[in-house]
Design a protein around this ligand. Sequence first.
Ligand SMILES: [Zn+2]
Length: 171
Amino acid sequence: MGNYIFNRSNNLDFKMSNGGLTVFLTVLGLSGTLLANTKKEKELILWLMEHDIEVRGLGNGGFDVEDMPWDETNFEMEKEFLMKVVMGAKSRVGWDSLDYAPNEELVRANLDNFIELVRILEPENINKNAYDEWINEENVDPRFKNPKGYPKCEKHGIFLYWNGCIACNDI
Ligand SMILES: [Zn+2]
């Protein structure tokens, strides 16, 4: 069993254990929440946080980078933002708020694999329907609506998705 992150147009993927995915998303959340300024940047990080296996289920936290909430017009800027987030994560931004020390070597390998899938993603392969479905609240069960105004966890400073903070959920 494993959580696959993939880029289906390029037929590439990589796999993480459940614990590996949680740490990967947590370090992206720590760095990304700190760096996100625009609504789009906040959406990208919040979307990642929703892939918490706590709610997705063990082995079901994976995703396709084509389904991320990209905006085709500003795609290159969004990619650059994400590269900065990965660099921050590699510099251990916010790691001191965690109750454990992530395996740095493993985290770096997963971040490198992820950003490579993002780097090679072409704008024409963005799945625009995925974003429309995600952002259109009429289709979203009230239980699964994210809180308004991008609130953050007081302990970790990570954006709260509809089921809270990915780092707090990881107990
Ligand atoms: Zn937290």
